[in-house]
Write a protein that binds this ligand. Structure first.
Ligand SMILES: Cc1ncc(COP(=O)(O)O)c(C=O)c1O
Length: 168
């Protein structure tokens, strides 16, 4: 015979049962739905965040996770309203499309990662894509001032102490 020793005794009560049933009944398990909105609201109150956009906000950085594009129409609408840049983090969404356009091309700038754990890899580094050549030149200047000017995208591979750039 052995005796069971719980590391943490189960303490599932009426509230847990209620929330579980609500989740099953509504079909919302995670990532969306009324409970998520309520939780976000409570977090915002707790952190004293009245609204996401303040006078200090300069950009929105949507992250297209697991190949799933963010709601870019809505994000671009908010960005336009508040005069903000949209910098897409497309590190996990290379090849994904939203409204017929590739993620990373829907905002002002799109950032891609070619690190070893990504869909395609250069071993390290990434790529910034955008339509504003002057801005891309500035990014290139910040990454590697010796890079050429006038390109459409900057591909860089950081191999420790040297940064290689491929210009498109
Ligand atoms: C969404 C997202 N953004 C950015 C990064 C960072 O990319 P890197 O690996 O090039 O630092 C990752 C890495 O996993 C990621 O998943």
């Amino acid at each position: 015979m052995y005796k069971e020793i719980h590391l943490d005794a189960p303490n599932i009560g009426e509230l847990e049962k209620l929330y579980l049933n609500k989740a099953i009944d509504s079909g919302y398990i995670s990532s969306a739905g009324p409970s998520v909105s309520e939780f976000e609201g409570q977090c915002a109150d707790y952190l004293h965040i009245k609204k996401a956009v303040t006078e200090k906000t300069r950009a929105i950085i949507p992250v297209h996770l697991y190949g799933n594009p963010c709601n870019m129409n809505e994000i671009n609408r908010i960005a336009k309203k508040y005069n903000l840049y949209v910098i897409e983090d497309a590190a996990e969404s290379l090849g994904a499309k939203y409204g017929g356009k590739f993620t990373g091309t829907l905002g002002d700038l799109g950032c891609f990662s070619f690190n070893g754990n990504k869909t395609i890899t250069t071993g390290g580094g990434g790529m910034v894509a955008g339509g504003d050549v002057q801005r891309l030149d500035h990014i290139k200047f910040l990454i590697a001032p010796e890079c050429y000017k006038g390109s459409k995208a900057v591909l860089f591979a950081d191999t420790g102490n040297r940064i290689y750039c491929r210009i498109f």
